[in-house]
Design a protein around this ligand. Structure first.
Ligand code: ZN
Length: 259
């Protein structure tokens, strides 16, 4: 909701993602971080515009591609660990289509299924070792993964079903670890059961457009968070696996289909 009495100001950082991308295990790179402030809309302009026009302006403001900016501005990330954990984002091999077998280590991303290997360059692009590039721009690979998830949903084959450790947030003081359970995500949405039968929470696909899932959350592990105003459930996969990105993509595509 926009209050029409005050202006809209945007402050955007540049370089923060390149300095500390979440997939990279909280390892810092030597990249300068800066911020720019922009006066976007005056109170008068807000009054004149429709809600759709305002939403369009806000949508454009929040659209960005840090990898493209890195390449265009030739920002070099020379650290030898820059591809560590990249498999969290690029979890599916576009060559053999296997999932969960990607390994991001050092400056390389490789597939444990077919052996295809990519070098992550200092400017954030990918170069296939065999010279046969599929995606050189990481967001293009990610967009392809979204299409693949969408196809699974439409074919009725999409499912996540994993054992998890469960942390609950019911106040502003702490996350309380309450036990183990099972997290299922499919066309019906999420269902979390556990704690010796005491917990059974379901969440519709239209409850939220996006999903709060994160990599290496507070150094505990990759995490998927669901819940409502009364409780949030932080689910940590017990067997690991690169499920945070795929589940988020699936949640977004399920929302779009069901709306
Ligand atoms: Zn492969």
């Amino acid at each position: 909701m926009i209050c029409r009495q005050i202006p809209v100001i945007k402050i955007r950082t540049s370089g923060a993602f390149l300095r500390d991308p979440l997939y990279n295990m909280l390892q810092l790179r030597k990249v300068k971080v800066s911020a720019k402030m922009k006066y976007v809309l005056s109170p008068e302009e807000i009054k004149e515009k429709s809600v759709d026009e305002l939403n369009e302006i806000l949508r454009d403001l929040f659209s960005f591609d840090y990898f493209r900016e890195q390449k265009e501005n030739n920002i070099r990330v020379t650290e030898p660990f820059r591809a560590d954990g990249l498999n969290r984002v690029l979890y599916k091999c576009p060559h053999c289509l296997s999932e969960g077998k990607m390994i991001g280590k050092g400056t390389k991303l490789s597939c444990g299924g077919c052996g295809k290997t990519w070098e992550m360059t200092e400017t954030g692009t990918l170069q296939a070792k065999d010279g046969k590039n599929i995606f050189t721009h990481i967001p293009d690979w990610y967009a392809w993964e979204r299409e693949q998830v969408r196809k699974e949903i439409e074919a009725g084959t999409y499912i996540l079903d994993i054992p998890v450790r469960i942390g609950m947030m019911v106040d502003s003081k702490s996350i309380y670890f309450v036990g183990d359970g099972r997290l299922v995500h499919n066309a019906e949405g999420f269902r979390l059961t556990g704690c010796g039968g005491k917990l059974d929470y379901q969440q519709s696909p239209v409850a939220s457009y996006s999903l709060y899932s994160d990599y290496y959350w507070y150094e505990i592990g990759d995490m998927i968070c669901i819940g409502d105003a009364s409780a949030l459930y932080y689910c940590f996969p017990k067997k690991g696996g690169d499920i945070a990105a795929k589940t988020r993509l699936a949640a977004e595509e399920l929302y779009k289909i069901n709306r």
